[in-house]
Design a protein around this ligand. Sequence first.
Ligand code: 5RP
Length: 218
Amino acid sequence: MSAGAKKKAAAQAALDYVESGGVIGVGTGSTAECFIDCLAKVKGKIDGAVASSEASAARLRERGIALLDLNQTGALPLYVDGADEATRHLHLLKGGGGALTREKIIAEASETFVCIADDSKLVETLGAFPLPLEVIPMASGLVGRALAALGAQPELRAGFTTDNGNIILDARNLKIEDPAEMERRLNCIPGVVTVGLFALRGADVLLLGGDDGVKTLR
Ligand code: 5RP
């Protein structure tokens, strides 16, 4: 089965978590796009969605799903999003699409975070995928040096500005033995807006599309 078909299967399975009358948090990326397409088929069931990026907002709008502001909705029952890497402990590495800050805000505001992915995303240890950090532009040098001191090779994501007007540094070869500790540590560097580690608030459910169907990890 192709990675695309596995993503679609995981996205379809996430519909089981959508309850009537709620507002759903929706993530960013190709797997989240599959979920938006699935959600469009049951859109009468929900009151609307909060999007983690302008790109997802546009796709939701195109499919006739009402967009809501997180400040109006309050806490959300459900957030569905993809990941670049995930562990059996439901710690995630995210931000390949650069939407990590809004993703982390919505994850924190949600009762249940369902992560959807194809099974190639399951890893023993996070960090083979370069870790994205959203950074205030004037702090790129400072944050870069702090990452280098931790043994990483930071790289500016060229030609990319986040929806919040900031830059992304992708940290290669960072040794992430304790994801929660690393998340805390990187969060403390002045100028870091968000780290793409989702360990302090990881997923509650991981739906992995594979050749034998969708596996659920809790
Ligand atoms: C965007 C993300 C995405 O969830 C992550 O990059 C996975 O993307 P895809 O579903 O395309 O593999 O964190 O910021």
